[in-house]
Design a protein around this ligand. Structure first.
Ligand SMILES: [Zn+2]
Length: 182
């Protein structure tokens, strides 16, 4: 089932999400609905707060064609299909950073360049509660960082340059008014 999205201006996007503690059928259903919603919205990631669930869960899926280096080799060969990430912990962020344009399903029509570490280690629980760990690079690392930010109430627009933030201020205000009126 596709779930309705929560948009910029909703206070739920600014909260601190709670850890997931029950690894039951409800969680499995939620994770499936989140993957379906991400696909329907053509996103590469979706976090709990974006569908009004203040829990530490996100889903991500990096299309193979966006995960190739110049030689056409996968940069994250272990990433196949949608990944359900529960109670994520990020570590070993590389000091080396790269800049790339980002968007967010909760902030339609706004894009901007964000500097983020090139690689990161992601430790998380799967839907059965089993701990897993993987090293992510480039877009996959960026996606995991963006989605984990959501669980801490941080949005990519917070990380834009001051010049860019000023440039999108009007757009954000409009979005917020729309959200609060709906
Ligand atoms: Zn987002």
């Amino acid at each position: 089932m596709k779930l309705p999205l929560v948009y910029y201006g909703d206070p739920g996007l600014r909260g601190q999400a709670e850890p997931v503690t029950d690894f039951d059928d409800k969680l499995l259903a939620l994770s499936r609905d989140m993957v379906e919603t991400m696909h329907a919205e053509s996103g590469i990631g979706l976090a709990g707060p974006q569908i009004g669930v203040s829990r530490r869960i996100f889903v991500m899926e990096i299309p193979a064609e966006l995960d190739e280096d110049e030689q056409g080799n996968r940069m994250n060969p272990d990433l196949e299909g949608p990944l359900v990430v529960i109670n994520p912990e990020l570590s070993s962020l590389t000091p080396e950073k790269e800049e790339m344009e980002e968007g967010c399903l909760s902030i339609p029509d706004v894009r901007g360049k964000v500097r983020r570490p090139v690689s990161v280690t992601l430790r998380f629980q799967d839907v059965e509660g089993k701990w897993r760990e993987m090293r992510l690079h480039h877009l996959a690392a960026r996606c995991a960082l963006h989605e984990t930010d959501h669980l801490n109430g941080v949005l990519f627009v917070d990380l834009l340059s001051q010049v860019k933030r000023v440039a999108i201020k009007g757009k954000l205000r409009k979005l917020k008014d729309q959200t609060l009126q709906s």
